[in-house]
Design a protein around this ligand. Structure first.
Ligand SMILES: [Zn+2]
Length: 362
């Protein structure tokens, strides 16, 4: 492979044989291309990460793996794939990568494509993957400037830094440009210049925190611009993961055992997946289980009574079905919803105990 400008049909030999000139080459797990566009690398990485997302979410649906485990899976199995070598290539915008993270978030939360990225980010407390790459790069920079002076990486950095300053800090192809720019954006340009980090301060932590604040501000600004999110931004203004996300799959995990799901794996037609508990020929889905099945009528009445008593929400039972579902197992009610979820979980537990007596496939 020849890096840089187009060369005119040069031939290279190793002993007798002529060497083939290639367009890209894999080295230390990075796919290099001659102009350092990283396109080939990102395609390969995205493909690998996507397969892992699919495997993870498959586990989530079939085996009822918890949201917590899925999030952990994302952190240890998928994200490292997306970030491999990001200290070097990470300054570019990478839409497909961001999109994959959002796709994963939707799967964990069990929400549709209509849910905006701001809401997904908000519920999970996630940063954009581009922000994580910046943190990785800056940590790497810190490591380089602290290295022994005779290390090759350090020497190359010194050389490039001199060139960068000589060129008026304009050369975007110089690695120093982006490091300098990112530090400047975090108001740390003086650290780039002096390369001195105050005694007792933890550079890595400092950078992570500053980045987190920056991201949180940008997230809030984006929400301000979307009128659809008027209600959401009243409920949520910090970028931290919500506790209920962890409980979420307990609710879903419960409903995974319903026939609408189990029938899918047995390849039954959807209209055949009727409730075997009440025998009223209705498909046993979340709605039937939570709102309609007559076998749990007492438990349901108790649930509604508790919701109206403890959460000051009256007449839930006469609301529109979609509203009820949203209220009982939906996303985004904060404090009130914590209490509601406890009550709903209690209902699910009791209803399952009844169900067990009638249905063998538990
Ligand atoms: Zn039923």
């Amino acid at each position: 492979m020849i890096f840089g400008r187009k060369s005119k049909n040069q031939k290279f030999r190793l002993g007798e044989s002529e060497l083939k000139v290639v367009e890209s080459y894999k080295y230390l797990g990075l796919v290099l291309d001659k102009n350092f566009t990283w396109k080939a690398h990102l395609v390969k990485v995205l493909d690998k990460a996507r397969k892992r997302v699919q495997a993870l979410s498959g586990l989530g649906l079939r085996e009822g793996v918890s949201a917590k485990a899925m999030l952990r899976g994302w952190e240890v199995l998928v994200r490292p794939v997306l970030e491999y070598g990001a200290e070097i290539w990470g300054e570019k915008i990478w839409k497909e990568g961001e999109r994959l993270q959002m796709e994963m978030g939707r799967k964990v939360l069990g929400v549709s494509k209509m849910t905006t990225t701001e809401v997904i980010q908000g519920e999970l407390g996630w940063e954009k993957i581009s922000s994580r790459r910046i943190v990785l790069r800056l940590r790497f920079w810190h490591k380089i400037v602290q290295m022994k002076k005779d290390r090759l990486v350090h020497k190359i950095y010194r050389q490039r830094r001199v060139e960068f300053i000589k060129g008026g800090k304009k050369d975007k192809k110089n690695w120093c440009y982006w490091t300098w720019k990112f530090l400047k954006e975090l108001h740390l340009e003086h650290v780039w210049v002096s390369e001195k980090i105050e005694l007792g301060s933890n550079f890595n932590k400092l950078v992570s925190n500053l980045m987190k604040n920056k991201e949180e501000n940008e997230w809030r600004e984006r929400m301000q611009r979307k009128s659809k999110l008027r209600l959401y931004r009243k409920l949520k203004d910090t970028l931290v993961v919500e506790d209920y996300v962890i409980e979420l799959t307990m609710l879903r995990g419960g409903t995974n055992k319903l026939r609408i799901e189990t029938g899918r794996w047995k390849k039954e037609r959807e209209n055949e997946r009727v409730c075997k508990v009440c025998l009223c020929e209705q498909v046993e889905d979340e709605k039937h289980f939570l709102l309609a099945c007559p076998m749990y009528v007492r438990e349901r009445a108790r649930m509604y009574a508790r919701i109206s008593e403890e959460c000051e929400l009256e007449h839930v039972e006469s609301m529109d079905e979609e509203w009820q579902i949203q209220l009982l197992i939906g996303v985004g009610w904060r404090e009130k919803n914590k209490r509601i979820r406890k009550i709903v979980l209690e209902y699910i537990r009791k209803a399952y105990n009844i169900r067990k007596k009638y249905v063998a496939d538990m």
